[in-house]
Design a protein. Sequence first.
Length: 197
Amino acid sequence: MQLRYSPASPFARKVVIAAHLLGLKDRIAVTTTDTVNPDAAFLAENPLGKIPALVLDDGEVLFDSRVILDYLDQLSGGRLIAGGSARFADLRLEALADGVMDAALLQIYETRFRDEAGRSPAWVARQAAKVDRALAVLEAAPPSLDAITVGPIAVACALGYLDLRFGGAWRAGHPRLVAWLDAFAARVPAFEATRPA
């Protein structure tokens, strides 16, 4: 399999961490992909031009980190997506973390892809408020690390992205979440191994 990837993408990082945890990393070739200037082959594989995208052995392409994680989890016997009554709490946690990543990316894109005259401070503030609210929820009740599932993986990747793009400013007001991330990193060596340079 081939994973279309960017080292800075928190969504791609989720997939790579999952592949490590599931024992699948040696079955996946990771290919760095430029989504700003994508090549025609990538756009043929994924018309959205987004990463991550997983090209399967038969040529079929899966995109969106949640879909890819579900596929990898089923391929390995179902260890990363909680079952039973915990399933939707785990998926909700993943959705919350993915929302943090989306809002953080939108803030970055506003400055990266719009000239200064076209930027909207109100839009950036709206996205920052989403991140702040989600962090407050996570600080009040950091996720359990009894089992490393998609929810905690997504939270760790979201926090890692905030460290990368916003200089870790979130840490000052969230001591429980900082301690949680340290504990996650200690339990999941793939987190440090996938840290963007």
